[in-house]
Design a protein around this ligand. Structure first.
Ligand SMILES: C[S@@+](CC[C@H](N)C(=O)[O-])C[C@H]1O[C@@H](n2cnc3c(N)ncnc32)[C@H](O)[C@@H]1O
Length: 264
């Protein structure tokens, strides 16, 4: 894996601003507050954060001393440049025991070459992987988080099914994403972008295909789909509404002990 120095020319302004903002939120305690809102505690658990970005959620989760803490993201720049920030935020934590991670048998669609499969520090392990193909065995994790990633994945159902697959029965899934109120926040600053997002959402609704990455979602549909694969929504929260439309939704769901569809 390359170091941040070598990534400098690939680090966009957007990446730099996102990383800075993420770690400011962590410092202010906003990240912990998000977890508390959904009543999430990672103590002693095997935890996976999918679409971890620069890893601010991982840093917050590491304070609970989970048994295992893994973050995956498709964006190598976030993984590399977030790493040193995570280390700074977690270096005072005590080490967890070394752990051999069960991996999925079939090869992943992304390169699997240098992934560390043994963790031996409180510092989370970061891997490059992409939904809907996670390189882990079925029923590996007690807690899977996937915050603000659903708007970016091409196929919601495939992504949610994969998240459910790696979750143990009785395990917790926490997801969040953007609802139809989200673009309204940006009307002043970006003008055409909110309109573009609405159009993309309509096309998604009619065709089932995501046109651009920021396609908005119907959070109720996501709850219904989770329910249909045996991951039962337990808590639903939205942080804000504009003109009656949800800006950001958060869902906590529990994988049922019995429904085999959740591991298909
Ligand atoms: C808006 S950021 C959210 C980051 C972090 N979860 C947070 O709450 O701050 C979306 C993240 O999802 C990642 N992402 C997008 N598509 C993905 C995919 N198919 N699989 C894994 N990660 C993905 C992006 O690289 C980015 O880091």
């Amino acid at each position: 894996m390359l170091y941040c120095e070598e990534m400098k020319d690939r680090l966009t302004k957007w990446h730099a601003a996102y990383i800075q903002n993420a770690y400011q939120e962590l410092k202010r305690g906003a990240t912990r507050k998000q977890l508390d809102t959904l009543n999430i505690d990672a103590t002693g658990k095997r935890v996976l954060d999918v679409g971890c970005g620069p890893g601010n959620l991982l840093a917050a989760l590491s304070a609970d001393a989970p048994e295992l803490l893994i973050g995956v993201d498709v964006d190598e720049i976030f993984l590399v440049c977030g790493r040193s920030q995570i280390q700074n935020s977690t270096e005072k934590q005590s080490p967890v025991t070394s752990y051999q991670l069960p991996v999925k048998k079939e090869p992943s669609s992304l390169e699997t070459g240098n992934w560390p499969l043994v963790t031996d520090k409180a510092v989370p392990t970061l891997l490059r992987a992409s939904l809907p193909t996670l390189p882990f065995a079925d029923e590996t994790f007690d807690l899977v988080t996937c915050l603000l990633v659903m708007p970016h994945v091409p196929d919601d159902s495939a992504a949610l099914t994969e998240l459910a697959r790696v979750l143990k029965p009785g395990g917790t899934l926490a997801i969040s994403g953007h609802g139809f109120g989200f673009p309204l926040r940006y009307l002043k600053r970006f003008r055409l972008k909110p309109l573009q997002m609405y159009l993309a959402s309509l096309i998604y609704k009619w065709t089932g295909k995501k046109w651009i990455r920021n396609t908005l979602q119907n959070d109720r549909k996501i709850c219904d789909f989770l329910d249909s694969i045996g991951v039962v929504p337990e808590m639903y929260h939205y942080n804000q509404k504009i003109l009656g439309c949800v800006v950001t939704y958060w869902i906590k769901a529990i994988k049922s002990d019995t429904n085999p569809k959740a591991t298909q």
